[in-house]
Write a protein that binds this ligand. Structure first.
Ligand code: T5A
Length: 212
C-alpha cells in the first residue's frame, strides 16, 4: 500500500438482539490485527450529542415521539455522527465499523413505522452528507429469538417493546434492502455460533477491502 490508506465505513445491521454489537466488536479486533486503524461506533449514540438523543429515543418514560419526530431524531444523531466522527475518521484513512446506520432507518422508520420510503431516503441522504457504507452485514434472525436474546442483556427499551408485527416488518425491510443491493449487503444467518459468524465477517471484510 502506498500513501495514506483508504478509509471506509462498514456497517452491521439487523433486528433487535441479532448480535450486531458482538460482531461489530469482533470485526474491529480482526481489522486491528490486520494492521488497520479501526474505529468502533454505533447509532444512535456515537457522539456526545448522540448519547443525549439516544436517551430521548429509547426511554420508556415521557412522551413518545410521533413517527416523523422519531425519524428526525435518528437523523439528527446521524448528521452529528457523520460530521464529527465518521467522516473525519474515513478522511484520515481509518475503517469505521458502525453498529447500525442508514439501513436501520429504512427498515425501522419506513418498513416498520410505515413512513414514505422516498421521504425517508431523501432526509437520510441529507443527514449522511455523502457518507455511505462500503460493505454491510445484515444479521438475519427470527425477531422472537432476537428479543429473547435482547431480554437477557437488560430491560426492554421503547423500540424493543413494540408489537411483534413491527419487528417482523423490520426484518422484511432488511431483507428488501439486501435484495436491492446484493453487491454491498451480505446477509448472514444470525442463529449460527458467534465465532463462526465472526470468522466469516472478518474474512469477507478483509477480502473486500483488499480488492477495493
Ligand atoms: N433504530 C436505530 C431505529 O429505529 N432507526 C435508526 O435509524 C437506528 C440507527 C437502537 C434502537 O434504535 C432503533 C433500532 C433499535 O431498536 P440498539 O441498542 O443499538 O438500539 O440496538 P439493539 O438491537 O437493541 O441492540 P442489542 O444490543 O439489543 O442487540 P445486538 O447488538 O444485535 O446483539 P448483541 O450483540 O448485544 O447480543 C445480544 C445477546 O445475544 C447474544 C449476546 O451474547 C448477548 O447476550 N448473542 C448470541 N447468542 C447466540 N448466538 C449468537 N450468534 C449470538 N450473538 C450474540
Amino acid at each position: 500500500m502506498s500513501g495514506r490508506p483508504r478509509g471506509a465505513l462498514l456497517t452491521v445491521e439487523g433486528v433487535e438482539g441479532a448480535g450486531k454489537t458482538t460482531q461489530a466488536a469482533r470485526l474491529v479486533e480482526a481489522l486491528r490485527s490486520s494492521g488497520r486503524e479501526a474505529v468502533l461506533t454505533r447509532e444512535p449514540g456515537g457522539t456526545e450529542l448522540g448519547r443525549d438523543i439516544r436517551r430521548m429515543l429509547l426511554a420508556l418514560d415521557g412522551e413518545a415521539p410521533a413517527p416523523e419526530a422519531e425519524l428526525l431524531l435518528y437523523l439528527a444523531d446521524r448528521a452529528q455522527h457523520v460530521r464529527r466522527l465518521v467522516g473525519p475518521a474515513i478522511e484520515r484513512g481509518a475503517i469505521v465499523v458502525a453498529d447500525r446506520f442508514s439501513d436501520s432507518t429504512i427498515a425501522y422508520q419506513a418498513h416498520g413505522r410505515g413512513l414514505p420510503l422516498d421521504a425517508v431516503r431523501a432526509i437520510d441522504d441529507f443527514a449522511r452528507g455523502g457518507i455511505a457504507p462500503f460493505l454491510t452485514f445484515v444479521l438475519d434472525l427470527e425477531p422472537e429469538a432476537g428479543l429473547v436474546r435482547a431480554r437477557a442483556t437488560g430491560p426492554a427499551d421503547r423500540l424493543e417493546s413494540e408489537e411483534i408485527a413491527f419487528h417482523r416488518r423490520v426484518r422484511e425491510g432488511f431483507r428488501a434492502i439486501a435484495a436491492a443491493s446484493p453487491g454491498r449487503v451480505v446477509v448472514l444467518d444470525a442463529s449460527r455460533p458467534v465465532d463462526d459468524l465472526a470468522r466469516e465477517i472478518a474474512a469477507t471484510a478483509l477480502d473486500r477491502l483488499e480488492h477495493a
